[in-house]
Design a protein around this ligand. Structure first.
Ligand SMILES: [Zn+2]
Length: 260
């Protein structure tokens, strides 16, 4: 029992591949970000998707299919609230049928805004990302889904996590550290559709997180950026952040000092 109690006192982060993460807070709340659980790099995706029976929030950065992923199925099954910018939320509800009652104003914001969820246990700030955002449909025009975003998720008595979404490098990333001390930065490195290793390492330098975890690489042949190349670029720039490369399906413990 005591052991269970100790385990539950930490924040856990699971990477599913691409840009999909699960955060389990120290209070046992389940947050998903860009949950494409059944992506091709995660062999256990189908089983994991089936086992997700309790999810509190689904955070989305933009409307592309490799980020929306299994959002609607999970939302319908678990009753999770959708957390995103206004236009994206409206598009997910109207185009994909996400339950409207789970996408209300308490969990819908916009760039620059910070939402306080669960009485402040979870806070999320929407920050810019340089990318596109639409929802693709078969044999029809894509649906407008607003500006894409990055997400800064702050957990009470826990870590602050910056998920960049899909983006290029931009100098305003330096503003992040004026408002937040980032414990873990989840950064896209795959190139082609987002920044690659060199530009991503400049982004890390601007944000100055304690730990950096690469994402959005290796899922498709065109996403050629690798953690090795990223590590070399970080070294070249003498970036102090610790590089933690995860594998799809792996869970690590996070705290403000990041343990593993
Ligand atoms: Zn995208």
């Amino acid at each position: 029992m005591l052991f269970d109690f100790l385990i539950s006192m930490e924040t856990q982060l699971t990477w599913y591949g691409q840009s999909a993460f699960k955060i389990k807070t120290d209070a046992g709340k389940i947050l998903l970000i860009d949950p494409w659980i059944t992506n091709p790099t995660f062999a256990g995706g189908k089983d994991e998707l089936a086992s997700l029976d309790r999810v509190d929030f689904i955070f989305l950065t933009h409307g592309h299919g490799d980020h929306v992923g299994n959002t609607v199925e999970i939302g319908k099954r678990t009753g999770a609230s959708l957390v995103s910018t206004f236009d994206l939320s409206a598009a997910i509800v109207s185009t994909l049928g996400y339950p409207e009652g789970q996408a209300g104003i308490e969990t819908t914001g916009h760039l620059g805004g910070q939402l306080s969820l669960l009485n402040g246990d979870v806070k999320v700030q929407f920050v810019p990302a340089w990318h596109g955002s639409s929802i693709e449909r078969e044999n029809a025009m894509p649906v407008y889904a607003g500006n894409p975003s990055g997400l800064i998720i702050s957990l009470r008595n826990g870590p602050t996590i910056y998920h960049t979404g899909d983006t290029d490098l931009f100098s305003d990333m330096a503003l992040v550290k004026r408002f937040h001390k980032i414990d873990a930065m989840l950064v896209c490195i795959g190139d082609h559709y987002t920044m690659g290793p060199a530009r991503a390492s400049e982004a890390v330098k601007l944000v100055a997180p304690k730990t950096v975890i690469p994402m959005h690489y290796g899922t498709f042949p065109v996403l050629t950026g690798t953690p090795e190349a990223f590590g070399n670029e970080l070294k070249k720039r003498k970036v102090k952040a610790r590089l933690r490369v995860m594998h799809a399906g792996e869970t690590i413990a996070l705290d403000s000092g990041l343990k593993s």
